[in-house]
Design a binder for this molecule. Sequence first.
Ligand code: C2E
Ligand code: MG
Ligand code: MG
Ligand code: MG
Length: 287
Amino acid sequence: QAKELGQARHQIFAAGMRAQAETRWQLETEMRRALARREFQLYYQPIVSLKTLKISGFEALIRWQSPQRGFVSPGLFVPVAEESGLIIPIGQWILREACLQMNCWREQFPQHSSLIMSVNLSRRQFSQVDLVEQIETILADVPIDRDCLKLEITESLMMNDFEEGLALLGRLKALGLRLSLDDFGTGYSSLSNLHTFPIDTLKIDRSFVNRLNEERESHKYAQIVRTIVMLGHNLELDVIAEGIETAHQVRALQSLNCEYGQGYFFSKPLSKEAATKLLASDPQWEV
Ligand code: C2E
Ligand code: MG
Ligand code: MG
Ligand code: MG
C-alpha cells in the first residue's frame, strides 16, 4: 500500500513537472516569436540626484506585451530567456535599443548631455566568451559616448569563475563603459571582494530601502544603509538607492549621504514616449 501511495505521488509529481516543462517550452516558443514581432519594449525609470532632485539618468527595463498572455513580468520571462539562451539575442536588442534612445535624447535635449543610461546584464550574457565583441559591434553601429552607458551586473554573475569574471569586467571597463553592482547587499561574496571589482556604482537593494520607514525598528536599517553608503564612498563609488517609495525615505537617504535614488516615489518605469515627455519637462521633485 505504501508503495502504491508512493507511485501515485510520483505520478502526480511527474505530471506537475511535465506541465511546468510544457509551460516553459511554450513560453520559450512565444518569446522566440516575440522578438521577431517586436512585442518587447524598453521602459525607462529615472534615476534622480538626491542633491538636486533632478534626473541624472535612466535604467532601461524590458517589458513584454504578449498578444496571448497580456503583460508578462520580466521576473517571469527573463529567467526563462536566460535558461533557454534567448537572452543573448534579446540582450543585444536591449542594448541597441537603449543606445538608439540615448542618441535620440542627446539630439532632442542637448541640455541633458550628462544623462547616463543603465542597462542590465544577465548571467548568461556575462558568460558569453564574445560579450565584449558583441557590445563593440553594437557600439560601432550606434555610436554613443561610452561613459554615458552603464552596465548593471549582480554579484551572482561572479560566482562561476571569479578570476574570469574580474577579467571580463576589466575588458568592459576598457571599452570605456561604466559598471554598476545591482541589488547590493543581497549576495554573499560582496565584502571581501568588493574592492577588486572595477566598478563605478553600488545600487543598494530595495529590501534595505523599504525598511527605512517610521517604525521603531527602522533605525537599525538606517545604520546598515549608512554603512553601505560609507563603504561605497570609501571605495570611490557612487551609491544609488533602489525602490524609494516615500518622501520619508528620500529624506532619510539624503541624511545618510546617499546621492542618487530610484523608485516609484519619483517615477515608475516609463514608455519611451512618457520618458521623453518627462525629460522635456525637466522636473525637479519636492520632498
Ligand atoms: P532590477 O535590475 O533590480 O530592476 C529594478 C526593479 O525594481 C524593476 O522591476 C523596477 O520596476 C522595480 N522598481 C523600481 N522602483 C521600485 C519601487 O519603488 N518599488 C518597487 N516595488 N519596485 C520598484 P522589473 O522591471 O520588474 O524588473 C525586475 C528584474 O528583472 C530586474 O531587477 C532585472 O533583474 C530583470 N530585468 C528587467 N529588465 C531587464 C533587462 O532589460 N535585461 C535583463 N537582463 N534583466 C532585466
Ligand atoms: Mg538593475
Ligand atoms: Mg536592482
Ligand atoms: Mg533589485
